[in-house]
Write a protein that binds this ligand. Structure first.
Ligand SMILES: [Fe+2]
Ligand SMILES: [Fe+2]
Length: 164
């Protein structure tokens, strides 16, 4: 891999993180009543998302949707088969309850994502149209309608965020 390719990957990772970090900082600023600071965090988050997308394009990492779905399945599978199990063990060993819970939620939901992406891979030509619902606590992702309660974390299904 060339230096430029390596730097694009690094820059993509950094900008992606900054995007999510600023979005969370904006939520905190709103909670504190600091709404203008919240707006600035949201604006910068948007800008970091533009940078991340530009880097990804420069890396030629966006393929056709059929290829992207396959890549998504293998990424999700890697996470729940290998990455998160190791992280969960480490958090358990080190008595880090918050980290363990966070890893556990992600681990459970990556399995669900893999199934959803795999199913979509087999049905890209289907004309069917339906929304998804995402749990605000664990990220559980459910097609068509929100469950009564989240099967991963137990949250009230009414709190799920609808994604059109
Ligand atoms: Fe996922
Ligand atoms: Fe949940």
């Amino acid at each position: 891999m060339s230096d430029t390719e390596k730097f694009l990957q690094e820059a993509f990772a950094g900008e992606s993180q900054a995007n999510r970090k600023y979005a969370s900082f904006a939520e905190m600023a709103d909670k504190e009543g600091l709404h203008q600071a919240a707006r600035l965090f949201r604006a910068a988050a948007e800008a970091e998302a533009v940078h991340a997308a530009n880097h990804l394009r420069a890396m030629k990492a966006i393929k056709s949707t059929r290829d992207n779905l396959k890549e998504a399945v293998s990424g999700e599978d890697h996470e729940w088969e290998k990455m998160y199990p190791e992280m969960i063990s480490a958090a358990e060993r080190e008595g880090q309850k918050g980290a363990k819970m966070s890893f556990h939620f992600a681990n459970e939901v990556e399995k669900i994502h893999s199934v959803l992406f795999g199913g979509m891979s087999a049905a890209t030509d289907s004309q069917e149209s339906y929304p998804y619902y995402v749990c605000p606590y664990c990220g559980n992702t459910v097609a068509r309608q929100a469950p009564h309660a989240c099967q991963v974390c137990g949250a009230d299904g009414a709190l799920f965020k609808k994604v059109e």
